[in-house]
Design a protein around this ligand. Structure first.
Ligand SMILES: *Cc1c(COP(=O)(O)O)cnc(C)c1O
Length: 228
């Protein structure tokens, strides 16, 4: 049995009985590695660079559901709009509008998560809880007919302090419940909470994550990881 297969099986066993789904984060990993995971039944893969994603999408099986998890520049949305199945990292209304515009051109509706900035300094991207509430209050997003906001995503602080990580996930889950009630009542559209990576996914699952984004725990260390 290959390591990728073993790693996937371990994760799938841990997810057994939970509603959460696994996003296999394949950024910086080869098409061969992805094919190996695909052969084990994995269908959702996460990438964070547009160029790399487009090359892989062309080369790999058509029934893969590609998720975009990195910072997305508005001028690059057009390259992924025809096939992307979920964008985890919407961090401005401007980006959401551009996704909507490109989705319309591609005659599709694109599902999106709003990224919440919760960690101390892991990333500068994401809405603060206040910003996201203001954006939803203001209401322009309701006019966008080719995007659907289906939930929230966050990246916790990279720390050994698990109580702090737990607090961050809990805060985002509470925000999720509040927004769901206030803006999405009577629909089941707002249902995804993307939280948890290789080092903190057990905590995220305990705090209600529905999508865990796991890279190194499946594929091993990334070959190169500094061109973000
Ligand atoms: C790279 C990345 C992951 C996966 O990280 P691992 O620690 O390798 O599991 C998850 N989410 C985002 C946003 C990433 O950029």
């Amino acid at each position: 049995m290959t390591t990728i297969r073993q790693n996937l099986q371990t994760l799938q066993n841990e997810l057994n009985g939970s509603k959460a789904r696994l996003v296999a984060v394949s950024k910086y990993h080869t098409a061969d590695a992805i094919n190996e995971a695909y052969a084990c039944g994995q269908r959702i893969f996460g990438e964070s660079h547009v160029q790399e994603l487009c090359a892989k999408q062309l080369a790999l099986p058509a029934d893969i559901q590609w998720h975009f998890i990195g910072h997305l520049q508005t001028n690059k949305v057009k390259y992924i709009a025809s096939f992307i199945s979920l964008i985890h990292s919407v961090d401005t209304l401007k980006l959401l509008k551009e996704i909507d515009r490109q989705a319309e051109k591609a005659s599709r509706t694109i599902d999106c998560l709003l990224q919440i900035h919760i960690a101390e300094e892991e990333t500068k991207f994401g809405f603060t809880p206040l910003d996201v509430t203001q954006m939803l209050d203001e209401g322009q997003w309701r006019e966008l007919k080719h995007t659907r906001i289906v939930g929230l995503m966050c990246i916790a602080t990279n720390t050994d302090d698990s109580s702090r990580i737990q607090k961050e996930f809990r805060t985002v889950h509470q925000l999720f419940e509040t927004l769901k009630q206030k803006y999405f009542e009577g629909t089941n559209q707002f249902c995804e909470l993307s939280m948890g990576m290789s080092d903190d996914y057990p905590i995220a699952l305990g705090e209600g994550s529905t999508l865990i984004r796991i890279g190194s725990r499946i594929f091993g260390e990334r070959i190169y990881d500094n061109h973000c």
